[in-house]
Design a protein around this ligand. Structure first.
Ligand SMILES: O=C(O)CCC(=O)C(=O)O
Ligand SMILES: [Fe+2]
Length: 378
């Protein structure tokens, strides 16, 4: 029976409605499958131990010394450090440097209510624990950005070992009602407020980074008025995996949006690709912090100074993991400001908008060359 199911799931995987496929697989797992189903087996070169050079620190629960230390910035200090304060420019330089090299940074003093984060995590767990037959009611359909599933990229060579649920402030109720028809309000109230507060952090961090780039802090405000700002939340749940060395929670990818603001639990599993060092590095979870990373849209807006960097999520055998990724984005057409265009750094990208880019953003490429570069480089 199980073999039959796996075979039909494998054939489904040839189609593009991967969300459905994933639900099928998960239902098999929930019936007690202890070997990694073939559709989850990653190509040899993408696996944890063997991708490019051997991943430096492949254990998702790595010790402190095995993980990179992304700069950890307390951004609340920007409220008290005046413009003339040398500590302000020192911190700004750190943020810009990290956005150039790692494409990532960790922040505390972020202003998002810690109780709200906890409540959001609880609600997310409650949702993922629902029976598969219920979760199927909110499937993320091909072409949609919202709903339940895992494989939101098309053309994946193997499936991600993850479940995800994507919503925005304006549709949280609608999607939650599909899963929790009689008691969706607790979920949607918490998530709407979570997205609202993380959006505020996105605005704040974006202004700090803009100042760090030598521009007036409000330069990109023109892209982030109420009509242009788009923030989606993707809840990612990675169940314990029977053969973690052959699977990935999320395949290596670059985030296509402007900024990603990620809250992760204490399991660990996020890895960042460092091109200069030709290695993968773990990001050790720091309690109550957010990991913020540069997306393709910001890379374009900063004329390539800030970099959208490959990252992935690895899984492990014993612990599940929950991450909550808010994608902070704009619907406006992105043009790098004149101040960031020089003779040494000529304009790198032609202007484009998310509406245009989203059509391509989730077609999975090998990851070696970003489709964003191919589409928009001048
Ligand atoms: O779960 C993580 O650590 C990574 C999530 C991520 O990269 C994404 O949702 O785009
Ligand atoms: Fe990502």
């Amino acid at each position: 029976m199980q073999e039959e199911l796996l075979a039909s799931i494998a054939s489904l995987n040839q189609r593009t409605d991967c969300a459905l496929t994933n639900v099928g697989i998960l239902s098999v797992l929930l019936q007690g499958c202890c070997k990694l189903p073939q559709v989850y087996v990653q190509p040899e070169e993408d696996r944890i131990q063997t991708s490019r050079k051997e991943a430096k620190h492949s254990s998702p629960c790595a010790d402190q010394e095995e993980s990179i230390r992304l700069p950890l910035i307390d951004i609340s200090v920007f409220e008290s450090y005046l413009e003339s304060d040398p500590r302000r420019s020192e911190m700004l330089a750190k943020i810009v440097e990290s956005s150039r090299t790692w494409g990532f940074i960790q922040v505390v003093g972020h202003g998002v209510d810690l109780e709200l984060i906890k409540a959001s995590e609880e609600e997310a767990h409650r949702l993922f624990q629902l029976p598969v037959s219920v979760k199927q009611n909110a499937l993320r359909l091909p072409g949609s950005l919202f709903g339940y599933g895992a494989n939101f990229w098309l053309n994946l060579p193997a499936m991600n070992w993850a479940e995800s649920f994507s919503i925005s402030k304006s549709n949280a109720k609608e999607y939650a009602a599909k899963l929790l028809p009689n008691h969706y309000e607790r979920f949607s109230n918490v998530m709407e407020e979570y997205i609202r507060q993380v959006e505020g952090l996105g605005h704040r961090f974006r202004r700090i980074l803009t100042e760090g780039l030598g521009l007036p802090a409000n330069h990109f405000d023109r892209y982030f008025g109420p009509d242009e700002t788009e923030v989606n939340l993707r809840l990612n749940f990675y169940p314990p995996c029977p053969e973690p060395s052959k699977a990935l929670g999320l395949k290596a990818h670059r985030d296509p949006h402007f900024l990603t603001l990620l809250h992760q639990d204490d399991t660990g599993g996020l890895q960042i690709w460092n091109e200069a060092r030709d290695e993968w590095f773990n990001v050790k979870p720091i309690p109550n912090s957010f990991v913020i990373n540069v997306g393709d849209m910001l890379q374009a807006a900063s004329n390539g100074i800030c970099r959208s960097v490959l990252h992935r999520a690895v899984v492990n055998e014993s612990r599940s993991r929950l991450s909550m990724a808010c994608f902070y984005n704009t619907g406006a057409t992105i043009v790098a400001p004149d101040e960031l265009i020089t003779s040494e750094r000529p304009q790198k990208y032609r202007p484009f908008s998310w509406k245009e880019y989203v059509k391509e953003a989730y077609t999975y490429t090998t990851g070696a060359v970003s489709q964003f570069e191919e589409l928009y480089s001048i």
